[in-house]
Design a protein around this ligand. Structure first.
Ligand SMILES: NC(=O)c1ccc[n+]([C@@H]2O[C@H](COP(=O)([O-])OP(=O)(O)OC[C@H]3O[C@@H](n4cnc5c(N)ncnc54)[C@H](O)[C@@H]3O)[C@@H](O)[C@H]2O)c1
Length: 447
């Protein structure tokens, strides 16, 4: 029988080459290749580490494909009787090393690309400090400031029910992130427990102490930022006493980091958040500023300081700059202005790859998010362990263990950076991706 034209065409195609290209580099169809967002930043970071992965590079595509992404609809009845729908996500990037772990964010601009990138950075971070977790992250597209506590509780509970399919103390353990806190974690824990018919404290971390939360968790991320900052400052000969510090984002992470640096004798000269930028050349009164934020919701309007235009913040004369708000804040437009000797990334993904290169060329040391803000997940790990054994540690024990893990992890990364002559970000990715892909290889592919 003569071959149909279609068959002839198929037979003459250079099939294996095309197949291999398509199978190894396909971007998920659900993202726009022209606007990859934070996921695009993460992919570039993976490309930078690949040459250092040796034979494990065979598995690198694992890192470029989130294992599981769940998108949920969250309908709630508002206080005025109308019904509103919100979009929610939970992404489990990689579970080779253990259950998923990562926060839940409430923000009007949350996207799938962002949650994917945040989940991947959690995989890297958890492996970098060697806690036995994979990476996950969640988010809801909502501006929490527009809704009452009653409405937010309904959103948190319905979201938890919807993602209940894939979370659990041995599957995936959420935690607080931007605009979520202990109260949201209590609602999530209660909802999950009601659904499974037993109190399951280990399903979330960052809970109130009364519900199985851990002492020191609230301060842990900021304490970790401070700890690695002090370690790095020693290595580059920068005294903390008298160092000038600027902080963007004065919530959980930035607020605590700023407070600890001030207590150690540093001078916090500028703070920016979503309500404004405040500046004092001789140093802000950090406890007073924290009190002002607690009362008014932001740094804007703080009387004991000058206010400053938002863009000027990046050019402030300082030694240490701590971005602790959102992604992409340090970018090609402002990286040139930065005068700091050291940037400590309290936020996740605050520096774009282009800005990373600009800072590197200027000799600014960047302590990357994937190590610098790992203190939170480290104490979350302690919380989860304490919940499983129902035996709780003192705050001193927790802080001592946290500081040891952060110092050891940071010093290993520093060593790898020296060895390969790479940035601390690439060095952290080398350490972490090696651990993730070793686990991948040892487990093998199922089935
Ligand atoms: N909470 C944790 O344990 C933890 C752990 C690791 C990393 N992080 C990361 O740290 C960052 C901050 O998280 P958080 O828990 O402190 O959140 P938070 O909600 O407590 O604080 C967020 C801060 O960012 C500020 N902000 C928001 N939009 C801004 C804008 N456009 N310009 C300037 N400032 C803005 C807010 O005003 C607020 O001060 C996030 O990137 C988060 O993913 C948090």
């Amino acid at each position: 029988m003569p071959a149909t034209p279609a068959r002839v065409e198929r037979q003459t195609e250079p099939a294996p080459k095309v197949r291999s290209y398509q199978h190894q580099h396909a971007l998920p169809s659900y993202l726009n290749p022209e606007h990859l967002g934070p996921w695009g930043i993460y992919l570039k970071q993976v490309d930078r580490v690949t040459p250092y992965l040796g034979h494990l590079a065979k598995w690198v595509e694992t890192l470029k494909h989130p294992k599981r992404a769940l998108i949920v609809d969250i309908p709630i009845e508002l206080d005025d009787g109308t019904v509103a729908h919100f979009e929610g996500y939970r992404v489990q990037h990689n579970l080779s090393r253990g259950p998923g772990k990562g926060g839940v964010r409430f923000h009007q601009d949350v996207t799938l690309s962002e949650v994917m990138a945040l989940s991947a950075w959690m995989s890297v971070k958890n492996a970098a400090v060697n806690v036995p977790y994979g990476g996950a992250k969640g988010g809801i597209r909502i501006d929490p400031r527009q809704y009452s506590q009653n409405e937010l509780e309904k959103v948190a509970r319905r979201y938890t029910s919807e993602i209940g399919l894939i979370i659990g103390p041995t599957k995936d353990i959420p935690a607080p992130d931007v605009n979520t806190n202990e109260k949201v974690m209590a609602w999530m824990m209660d909802t999950y427990s009601m659904n499974v018919g037993a109190t399951a404290t280990g399903v979330v971390t960052g809970k109130p102490i009364e519900l199985g939360g851990s002492l020191g968790r609230r301060e842990a991320t900021g304490r970790g930022v401070f700890t690695v900052g002090v370690e790095a400052a020693k290595l580059i000969g920068l005294p903390i006493e008298g160092a000038r510090v600027a902080v963007q984002g004065f919530g959980n992470v930035g607020g605590i980091a700023g407070k600890l640096f001030a207590e150690a004798g540093a001078i916090v000269v500028a703070v920016q958040d979503h309500t404004g930028t405040v500046y004092s050349d001789s140093g802000l009164d950090v406890p007073a500023l924290l009190e002002h934020v607690r009362e008014s919701g932001g740094v804007g309007g703080f009387k004991q300081a000058d206010s400053m235009a938002a863009q000027e913040f990046w050019g402030v004369n300082c030694d240490i700059l701590i971005p602790a708000a959102l992604e992409g804040q340090i970018n090609k437009d402002n990286a040139h202005q930065i005068k700091a000797k050291m940037v400590i990334e309290g936020a996740n993904g605050p520096t774009t790859p282009t800005a990373d290169d600009i800072l590197n060329d200027k000799g600014v040391l960047v302590l990357p998010d994937v190590i610098a803000n790992a203190g939170g997940v480290t104490v979350s790990y302690f919380e989860w362990v304490q919940d499983f054994s129902s035996f709780f540690w003192t705050e001193d024990e927790i802080n001592q263990r946290l500081v040891k893990i952060m110092k050891d992890a940071f010093n290993s990364v520093w060593h790898v950076a020296q060895q390969h002559k790479v940035t601390l970000r690439t060095a952290t990715f080398i350490v972490a991706c090696t651990r993730i892909l070793q686990a991948r290889e040892l487990r093998g592919l199922y089935p």
